[in-house]
Design a protein. Structure first.
Length: 102
């Protein structure tokens, strides 16, 4: 990062709509998604859980709906799930792999 590039910090809220950015190339490798960002040339392995979240955000969706979908599949406390999903999506947002829909 150069001195002229601004660091943007976003606080995600459960009510916000989030969606995959269309400027990525995505491959399925053994059940896990690998994303190539066209913008920065980096590869990202999303892992198993990240791949599930990625599939859930193909279309704009409330982050709370992503959490609810995961709670239906896994035995995890809602607060823990919310924290982990928000953390994961914040990282994807920082890397510009997703964006918030207004």
């Amino acid at each position: 990062m150069t001195k002229n590039q601004a660091i943007i910090i976003h606080t995600l809220l459960l009510e916000q709509l989030i969606v995959q950015d269309s400027n990525n190339i995505v491959s399925d490798m053994g059940g896990e998604k690998v994303v190539l960002s066209i913008e920065n040339g980096k590869y990202y392995n999303l892992g198993t859980m990240g791949s599930q979240i990625w599939d859930l955000i193909k279309e704009p969706v409330a982050i709370s709906a992503v959490v609810e979908a995961l709670l239906e599949q896994y035995e995890v406390a809602k607060e823990v799930c919310e924290e982990q999903v928000l953390s994961f999506l914040s990282h994807l947002l920082e890397e510009r792999l997703v964006h918030i829909k207004a």
